[in-house]
Design a binder for this molecule. Structure first.
Ligand SMILES: O=C(O)CCC(=O)C(=O)O
Ligand SMILES: [Fe+2]
Length: 308
């Protein structure tokens, strides 16, 4: 595994463009940061985009990935819906597959989508298990285009799949969805959150069985303390092997940040009202954190590139 070693903040700043280039070429990069603090994760993540909240995030947008069981927020009553807080295997998936909503801005609305990227920081790896798995769907897409065009067309048709997790539902989506910048966005989960249209069931299972589950498409990464994994969420699936919970002080613990897509579609209320209905309230937990630092005009394209 190639690692970008950054012993100081300055080293990271100097190497950021090169790391971004690596993410664009490979779909991910591993950075060994100068320390394992949450501020460091935030700083590195914010150089790639705007932070997008998650229902489990703190005020800074950071999400803890661990098995500790403080029950103090409303989502915890539905804990079994959240794989990130278990120690079970988490099959390779797109983060935020279930996201499709509207959030209010001054005078208009933004349509929320899954985050363009996620950034994972290892604070403490498990004593046994817990390696991360990555799958490059760019490769899978290319192979499928040659071997199984029919299934690829089905899985690229809007309506083939709906994902639902806790209070979120993304109705009538596609596994491969075209973005307006010419890229294709991946949206895939192979578990109880996925509801597949009857005409797509065979293709959906075939994608998992004949491609994503095949060892030749899988890369395995074992992160160590302080390492940060930057992932293009529109191109790569990420997953996690099961792990042993570990004694007190030895529990696996990661932190995660989501970065929002830079070109979220804009909507206007037909009669100019700025409503905030109950149906829209549940999307607020996935809104975008305002930040002045990031220059979206310099953003790179994410997702799968389809050869013309
Ligand atoms: O536990 C992990 O390594 C990753 C969990 C995960 O997929 C996530 O939090 O999005
Ligand atoms: Fe995830």
């Amino acid at each position: 595994m190639m690692v970008f070693c950054c012993r100081t903040r300055d080293q990271f700043v100097a190497g950021q463009a090169k790391i971004a280039g690596h993410v664009a070429a490979q779909g991910y990069a591993v950075i060994e940061a100068w320390d394992a603090e949450s501020e460091t994760l935030k700083e590195i993540a914010e150089s790639f985009g705007r932070v997008q909240w998650h229902v489990r995030a703190g005020a800074d947008g950071l999400v803890g990935i661990g098995t500790e069981t403080a029950v103090n927020r409303y989502w915890e009553a539905y804990r079994s819906e959240y794989m990130g807080v278990s120690n079970e295997e988490f099959l390779p998936h797109t983060d935020g597959s279930y996201l499709h909503g509207l959030v209010r801005r001054d005078g208009h609305y933004l349509q929320l989508q899954p985050p363009k990227m996620l950034v994972l920081q290892c604070w403490q790896n498990a004593v046994v298990g817990g390696a991360n798995i990555l799958i490059d769907a760019q490769r899978v897409y290319g192979d499928m285009a040659q071997q199984n065009r029919h299934d690829l067309d089905i899985l690229s048709t809007k309506g083939c799949v709906t994902y639902c997790r806790d209070d979120q539902i993304a109705l009538d989506r596609a596994v491969f969805e075209d973005l307006d910048d010419g890229s294709t966005m991946l949206r895939f989960r192979y578990d109880a959150t996925a509801f597949v249209a009857e005409w797509a069931v065979e293709a959906f299972h075939a994608l998992q069985t004949n491609y994503f589950a095949k060892p030749k498409y899988r890369q395995r990464l074992s992160l160590t303390k302080g390492q940060i994994l930057v992932i293009d969420n529109y191109r790569m699936l990420h997953g996690r092997e099961p792990f042993a919970k570990g004694e007190t002080g030895q529990e696996r613990h990661l932190r995660r940040v989501w970065l929002a897509y830079d070109r979220l579609p804009v909507f206007h209320n037909a009669v100019g009202q700025n409503l905030q209905t109950r149906a829209l309230q549940r999307f607020q937990a996935y809104d975008i954190v305002a930040t002045a630092k990031y220059d979206a005009t310099a953003a790179r394209r994410r997702g799968i590139r389809v050869a013309a």
